[in-house]
Design a protein around this ligand. Structure first.
Ligand SMILES: Cc1cc2nc3c(=O)[nH]c(=O)nc-3n(C[C@H](O)[C@H](O)[C@H](O)COP(=O)(O)O)c2cc1C
Length: 335
């Protein structure tokens, strides 16, 4: 990864700069300004794009893989899925109709998808617009969330964002589930930070300057808070958990291949965009699924323990996240 290419400019992409009278190549490249605003594991941005005629090829970039943290590349492919959602939401906004072909070459696991653009005759809905405008507003929110239960209507909107038969969403506001998640998180943090290879990998990526320091602060803060509270008032702890995470969500799939991981990423980003439009914060809590011994425990918390847990996050109303993370310049992710 080349830290020199990091910039904040993609966050201020102006939709009016869309080259409506330009070539197909110029239009498709413009859409990629939105794709790269997607979340990714430690902001590694493990994606590449190739614009070819009326197609965009979406590729996984294993040079930006974190082998210690993510040995099976689950989160790398989830990240690529997030970028794919942004790309499709932006395409819809600019009127494109498209077809997506996943893993078009059986023997090429890096070639994740080809998006073939058919025409620009799509009639936009209000929901399409809201998702699009959420792209530059969405940031991982690591703050304490507001102590306000999520309304039925908003809950339904979050559920509606899961529009994919390959992925199921478990959402819980149960104190027991949250308390268990909290315990597992601490176990995961201790396991990971005890591993020198993990620390080295983390240090490398933090040095690249792509990761907002709030990530580390929230991890270490989590451990400290839980430890300080141990043995003291559990009521206080419950209140804290409720206040800071009204809902815990787990995305699961029937299988665990890269296709299903991409799908989980697509759905996660849909939820994140829908939640952003509803003034919600969202934060992945990946460490729970990065420690193999804890993965089954996460699955067991859900109503579908037979499925493969792919992603876990908290979501709730929140003040907007402060600041944003940089992105690699578009040119550096074009293949
Ligand atoms: C697969 C994946 C795993 C992530 N894991 C965590 C996590 O465990 N904790 C966290 O605070 N953020 C996590 N994030 C959020 C990223 O750190 C964040 O997307 C990235 O730093 C870019 O910042 P942004 O989301 O604000 O644009 C994850 C994101 C993805 C896509």
């Amino acid at each position: 990864m080349n830290a020199l290419t990091l910039t904040n400019t993609a966050w201020s992409t102006n939709e009016h700069a869309f080259p409506g009278k330009g070539t197909m190549d110029e239009k498709l490249r413009f859409l990629l300004n939105y794709a790269i605003l997607a979340p990714s594991l430690q902001n590694t941005q493990p994606w590449k794009f190739a614009v070819r005629g009326d197609e965009i090829r979406v590729l996984a970039d294993t040079l930006r893989w974190m082998p210690v943290t993510d040995p099976d590349q689950r989160e790398l492919y989830i990240s690529v899925g997030c970028a794919l959602t942004n790309l499709l939401v932006a395409a819809t906004h600019f009127g494109f109709r498209y077809e997506v072909h996943y893993f078009p070459q059986d023997d090429d696991k890096l070639w994740v998808a080809t998006v073939k653009f058919i025409d620009q005759n799509h009639t936009m809905t209000l929901a399409d617009r809201e998702l699009f405008y959420a792209i530059p507003q969405r940031h991982t929110n690591r703050q304490v969330y507001l102590n306000k239960a999520v309304s039925e209507r908003d809950l339904q909107e979050i559920r509606n964002a899961v529009d994919d038969p390959n992925v199921s969403l478990f959402l819980s506001d149960s104190i027991e589930v949250k308390r268990r998640v909290d315990q597992l998180q601490v176990q995961a943090d201790f396991t990971q930070f005890a591993d020198p290879h993990y620390r080295d990998e983390l240090a490398y990526w933090m040095n690249q300057g792509a990761l907002n320091p709030s990530w580390l602060i929230s991890r270490v803060g989590q451990m400290a808070v839980t430890y300080l509270n141990m043995g003291s008032s559990t009521t206080q702890k419950d209140a804290e958990l409720l206040a800071s995470a009204p809902l815990v969500g787990v995305l699961s799939t029937a299988e665990n291949g890269h296709f299903h991981q991409v799908k989980a990423g697509e759905v996660f980003e849909h939820i994140a965009l829908a939640g952003t439009g509803l003034r919600m914060g969202i934060q992945p809590m990946s460490q729970l699924l990065q420690v193999p011994a804890l993965k089954a425990e996460v699955g067991a918390l859900t109503s579908t323990p037979e499925l493969e847990p792919q992603f876990i996050f908290r979501i709730g109303y929140a003040e907007p996240a402060a600041g944003y993370t940089p992105r690699h310049q578009l040119e550096s992710v074009l293949a």
